[in-house]
Design a protein around this ligand. Structure first.
Ligand code: HAM
Length: 422
């Protein structure tokens, strides 16, 4: 029997890592520019943390969690999302005592038992941020700006920012009543999921992808027309800030998000190519979440974006990413004495922080040179028994197509020249 990576998971091979490094370094440096500090939470948590916050009638909790009983009979779940764990950590570590908002970011792997396809996996990765403890719409604008600037920096083009407000605990109940009232006469024409959700989670009806439900969605009452005064003011100030920042958005009345903890602002960033699995980034405000976790009322807002989907789009758009992984020096060697000097020289080069590979000495010089070429090495250092006896090595500069013999003690200097003029 041959094992394969479990369905919906992937191995990230060395040649893929250039994309990962590029995206992850861009994410951390941008988050830190905005004053966010990194947080890492455990890969698994008590199941209840997600059931309470993400919500019982959501796809994540209903169908997608990796939940199991551990050997101590505790119910645990591999994290399907990052917001609830960060809020748990905020409460656990008394972060309400810090100046607010507390700005946190994460780069984590997540687990959802979903039907795998391009851009949708069972283990995937997110870059996310959470700003906790401040209800000012300027913080909403900051979080949205951070996500937007991230894609700008990466060089992705043609993205759209979709924005909506789904109200708060004052105005949302009334809106939900209007929604149920509107849908009730049409109930037998709705898909099975919608029929099941109409009373459990009516907001999600607006998010249905079934063709037969689309005409009803198009005519449904919109949440921004049911906002209370506070929510309307928040919405107005947020959109003004986005205008001042020069960030274009389109209001999407159907945007409700797939998790239950949101209030007021919700947003998504979409790539130019359509598709239900294409959303790059999703986020919003979650002013009631801390109370669900037993904390004092504490506002919060954040987003998370999929790293795999980001990389998929970088490739689709042909964005070139800097390759910092090239080998600087490859050492070709022949004979026993040559081999011994080569091993010592490789150690010296690496302690001088020069990336160095020892070529397979059992091959011919020609074979070793070909190997060096496939590694993209800048220099090949050649040491045979004769060179070893004379205490020298041949240093070949592949880029300049030159070679010279130098004493072994000068190899490091010879391969450390400044190439900035190249
Ligand atoms: P989410 O919309 O569930 O939100 O996920 C955010 C992003 O993660 C998606 O837009 C997508 O790029 C990526 N993603 C989700 N599921 C998969 C999957 N199965 N395979 C690959 N990528 C996926 C959240 O997780 C919220 N915690 C976001 C948030 C943070 N809201 C406030 N703060």
């Amino acid at each position: 029997m041959r094992y394969r990576a479990p369905r919906g998971t992937t191995d990230i091979l060395p040649e893929e890592q250039v994309y990962w490094r590029y995206v992850q370094e861009c994410a951390s440096s941008l988050a830190e520019t905005f004053g966010y500090g990194r947080i890492d939470t455990p890969i698994f948590e008590d199941t209840g943390l997600f059931v309470r916050t993400v919500g019982e009638a959501t796809d994540i909790v209903d169908k997608e969690m990796y939940t199991f009983e551990d050997r101590g009979s505790d119910q645990v779940t591999l994290r399907p999302e990052g917001t609830a764990p960060v809020c748990r950590a905020y409460l656990e570590h008394g972060m309400h005592n810090l100046p607010q908002p507390v700005r946190l970011y994460y780069q984590i792997s997540l687990f959802r038992y979903d039907r795998p396809q391009a851009g949708r996996y069972r283990q995937f990765h997110q870059f996310g941020v959470e700003a906790i403890g401040d209800s000012d719409p300027a913080v909403d604008a900051e979080v949205i700006e951070l996500a937007w600037r991230f894609y700008e920096r990466l060089g992705l083009q043609g993205l759209t920012l979709a924005l909506n407000s789904i109200g708060d605990k004052t105005c949302r109940p009334l809106y939900l009543e209007r929604l149920v009232e509107y849908y009730t006469p049409h109930v037998e024409h709705l898909c099975q999921d919608c029929q099941a959700r109409i009373h459990r989670n009516p907001l999600r009806l607006l998010d249905c992808k079934q063709l037969s439900c689309q005409p009803y969605i198009a005519e449904a009452p919109v949440s921004t027309e049911s906002l209370c005064d506070d929510c309307r003011e928040h919405w107005g100030r947020l959109t003004t800030h986005l205008g001042d920042l020069g960030i274009a958005y389109s209001v999407d009345h159907r945007l409700v998000r797939g998790l239950d903890y949101y209030s007021r602002t919700v947003f998504e960033i979409l790539p130019p190519e359509e598709g239900s699995q294409s959303t790059l980034c999703g986020g919003g405000r979650y002013d009631g979440l801390m109370e669900q976790l037993g904390g004092k009322p504490t506002p919060g807002i954040g987003f998370a974006l999929g790293i795999e989907r980001t990389i998929l789009n970088l490739k689709r758009q042909g964005v070139t990413v800097p390759d910092q992984s090239t080998t600087a020096v490859a050492i070709a060697h022949m004979g026993e004495a040559g081999g011994r000097e080569a091993v010592k020289l490789a150690a010296q080069l690496r302690s001088a922080k020069t990336s160095t590979i020892l070529l397979p000495g059992q091959k011919s010089l020609k074979g070793q040179m070909r190997h060096a070429g496939s590694l993209g090495a800048r220099y090949v250092v050649i040491i045979g028994d004769k060179e070893a006896a004379n205490g020298v090595a041949t240093v070949r500069d592949l880029a300049a197509a030159e070679q010279r013999e130098v004493p072994l003690g000068e190899v490091i200097a010879a391969v450390s020249q400044d190439h900035s003029h190249d």
